[in-house]
Design a protein around this ligand. Sequence first.
Ligand code: XMP
Length: 431
Amino acid sequence: MIVILDLGSHENTVLARAIRALGVYSEIYPHDITIEELKALPNVKGIIINGGPNNVIDGVAIDVNPDIYNAGIPVMAAGHDKALCAVKLNRFTDDIEAIKNAVRPFVFDTCKAETNWNMTNFVNDQIELVRRQVGNRKVLLALSGGVDSSVVAGLLLKAIGDNLVCVHVNHGLMRKGESEAVVELFKNQLKANLIYVDVTDRFLDKLENVADPEEKRKIIGGEFIRVFEEEARKLEGIDFLAQGTIYPDIVESGTKTAKMVKSHHNVGGLPEDMKFELVEPLRQLFKDEVRACGLELGLPHEMVYRQPFPGPGLGVRCLGAITRDRLEAVREADAILREEFQNAGLDKKVWQYFTVVPDFKSVGVRDNARSFEWPVIIRAVNTVDAMTATIETVDWPILMKITDRILKEVKNVNRVCYDMSPKPNATIEWE
Ligand code: XMP
């Protein structure tokens, strides 16, 4: 592997991805890693030190441990004259191909790294490692149907079969057909040990008359943990909890120079008395690698390339206090949008697209009479990291077809709007 020492450059993750794309494994470590820690890592063939604009932290300049240069491992550094191999890195862009070309000579000619990082090897290694960790004991997994949890399920099924117990909680805020698809694939086709809990009424009762977005999010998140805990308590002899933690979660909340971007919360928050050992087979992978892993495991394309969907689901797209009729409207309109984006090939191009139903009505005409019904708002955005986003400029004929279908097929709706706002000033979701 090639080790990248983190001096606070946000190029480091792109750099690691580029090296992996060359077929050589790469990981990011804190800048002050000791020589002992470094030597304990398996098969380190080279070190890259890439200082960025955050070289000064809290007014103190940071640098790597100087012993690193004497470890007998080739070092590639930008702006460090002590490096054994001080190949100058030009300013990196986010262009993976350009970065691959820039590091190729160092990785292969200087470090003589071998290309053995690929998904077939990864899957085989992880199956072996999980079997070693878990033995004959049981692992619990909250299977939402999102990309990460689905790939974990696929991998663990191969590794431990029936000793994987999946729980799918349908909180009533899923998209149309989504829970059914999880059950169909994992329970019916792949024969996973899957417990399906439909707690729609419980969630909608709890959310009744709650209009504040943060309050809604808290109720949905808290209730989700409670349901999962209740299901876990019914099971016997579970020693492990599997999580779909991926590498960006670890880098973002892990290294010393990176600002805390978000606290990742897969199924955190289980009570103290429920002690599980964690199984996190995707913790080394970037998102695009997780998808490649899913394909390698034979999971369907639509599951592996599913667009991001927030934990609180349609709950944050049915604005204000959730009612069943508006929830139904947002779900049906979303299904139409997804179908028409697929027909137009936009599902492969646009990063995230969905509908929103606000909690106000407007006047219209239906069957020659005055109507007073909800609007549907369409949102379609592109982004790299979800921190900023631009809107997709969807062609008018496509938007008109979607509008026509929503107005004909979705009950209680008389108007369709397109959200033109980038992030910032807006966020991607409305709540
Ligand atoms: P915003 O609305 O903050 O969303 O621009 C950025 C991205 O995050 C997704 N999102 C969530 N994902 N749990 C998640 O797993 C959540 O609570 C959540 N809230 C927002 C959102 O869909 C977008 O992709």
